[in-house]
Design a protein around this ligand. Structure first.
Ligand code: 4NP
Length: 159
């Protein structure tokens, strides 16, 4: 089982979107028994909250359900248990690097590192308009497919 954790700041916009979209892409590839998906925030500002209604609305438009997700803060156990810890932007990657025990630092990456895109970050949409949320969804779909291809060719070849 490969365990993937998506991480943003509040765990109510970008990382829950990535979690819901990627779980759906994994299911479509019939790999749900090989890849486990979760999300968390580097802040604890929204612990227990559902995803932002704008994130849920945009996701629902494309057929993704985020309603089961509740915000949580990344914890020490995550650094030990997760296989890949994927930050949505540089600031969150920096924050993860500060908190991660050195033995597990190799698990930390930028989510969009796996995609061949002109951008490396999923921009924070929280204080913006609908366009920002549409952009998150678009980047997350592209990034998710690239991540899935990476996992298939690096970890799941014999299946
Ligand atoms: P997220 O977006 O990190 O993609 O979940 C944000 C959510 C909340 C806040 C900032 C970013 N906030 O300042 O409360």
């Amino acid at each position: 089982m490969i365990k993937v954790l998506f991480v943003c700041l509040g765990n109510i916009c970008r990382s829950p979107t990535a979690c819901g979209v990627f779980a759906s892409q994994v299911a479509a590839s019939e790999l749900s028994d090989r890849i486990r998906v979760d999300s968390a925030g580097t802040s604890g500002w929204h612990i227990g909250a559902s995803p932002d209604h704008r994130a849920m609305q945009h996701a629902a438009q494309y057929g993704y359900d985020l309603s089961f997700i509740r915000s949580r803060k990344i914890n020490e156990q995550d650094f030990i248990e997760q296989d890949l810890i994927l930050a949505m932007d540089d600031e969150n990657l920096r924050s993860l690097r500060q908190d991660c025990p050195p033995d597990y630092a190799d698990k930390l990456r930028l989510f969009l590192d796996f995609a061949d895109l002109p951008v490396s970050e999923v921009p924070d949409p929280y204080y913006g308009d609908d366009e920002g949320f549409a952009r998150v969804l678009n980047l997350v779909e592209l990034g998710g497919l690239a991540l899935l291809n990476h996992l298939k060719s690096n970890y799941l070849q014999d299946s």
